[in-house]
Design a protein around this ligand. Structure first.
Ligand SMILES: [Zn+2]
Ligand SMILES: [Zn+2]
Length: 311
């Protein structure tokens, strides 16, 4: 399979001279099993260019099938969806997967994104066949030859991590999540940041530990772990309730899960390319000095990682 990054940024798109090398588009990763239809993870603004590229293939003739796995429906993970060209061509078949909510059906969430006054074309006017699939954490399901697994993360209003196994290899997409130490993020907006490293209610600590254990188990032995590393440790200490991790947190999960490669992802919008270079160098030194045997990469737009039988 081939894993290609089309958008690597968190929060909002940040085009410009200082973000050109890593890229300014928001979250979107394409997983392409060998000779098969694409599995897209998240639909931030990066999906616009991916959609254009797909239109050069069978999707341009209305004969394509694609799946889109959504981690959660915050703007930076769905904002590109109304600009996804394969939606506008009759005959294409698109399957959208996301976590089931208690209050609203998934289709309604996406329909509201393109309602007046926000967008001119209602979802019901799109020409492709679009099917929505609601997921519960822990569900396993096939997409073509690929096997997909999901587990929940520690993020306001909850996000899902996905693992895709195909062609004798696997990739895990883990964005967005806070570490599992300081605060449990579910269905409320936490106004005041909790104290990092402070005491936790034992029931909450147990819930967080179970969530982390499921994630580590899902990541076990994966060839490529893509992880939300938006924060530096200092930034995390100021905003532990925002639901993002540091490279240190990602390294601990990668180490425990014995992954082969860790990819830093969901870069902070205010992080310049030069700052991102420094972070990558710093953490490559950290794992070298710790004697870890996995590799650390940093996601950038256009980066393609070839795994398994495609190698
Ligand atoms: Zn995000
Ligand atoms: Zn989010």
């Amino acid at each position: 399979m081939r894993v290609r990054f089309w958008g690597v940024r968190g929060s909002l798109p940040v085009p410009g001279r200082q973000t050109n090398r890593y890229g300014g588009n928001t979250s979107c990763v394409e997983v392409r099993p060998k000779g098969d239809w694409p599995i897209i993870i998240d639909a931030g603004t990066g999906i616009r260019r991916l959609g254009k590229a797909m239109m050069e293939t069978a999707f341009g003739e209305g004969a394509g099938t694609a799946s889109i796995l959504i981690s959660h429906t915050h703007w930076d993970h769905i904002q590109g969806l109304p600009f996804f060209s394969p939606f506008y061509h009759r005959g294409n078949e698109i399957h959208v997967y996301a976590r089931q909510r208690e209050d609203t059906h998934l289709m309604q969430i996406f329909a509201s994104q393109t309602e007046d006054p926000y967008f001119p074309v209602p979802l019901s006017n799109l020409r492709a066949q679009i099917d929505f699939h609601e997921l519960m954490e822990g569900t396993k399901f096939p997409i073509g030859r690929a096997q997909v697994t999901c587990t929940r993360l520690n993020h306001p209003w909850i996000a899902m991590a996905y693992r895709v196994d195909v062609d004798g290899a696997s990739v895990v997409y883990c964005s967005d999540t806070a570490p599992f130490n300081d605060v449990l993020l579910e269905h409320e907006f936490i106004r005041t940041p909790p104290q990092v490293g402070g005491p936790l209610d034992p029931a909450i600590a147990a819930k967080l530990a179970a969530m982390r254990a499921s994630l580590v188990q899902m990541c076990h032995g994966t060839d490529l772990l893509i992880y939300d590393t938006q924060f530096t440790p200092d930034e995390y200490r100021q905003r532990p309730h925002w639901g993002h991790s540091t490279p240190d947190d990602a390294i601990m999960v990668a180490r425990e899960a014995k992954v082969k490669r860790l990819c830093l992802y969901h870069h902070a919008p205010n992080r310049t390319d030069d700052q991102q270079d420094v972070i990558l160098d710093q953490y490559r030194t950290v794992i070298r000095e710790a004697g870890d045997d996995f590799e650390v990469l940093c996601a950038s737009e256009g980066l393609e990682v070839v795994l398994g039988d495609d190698e």
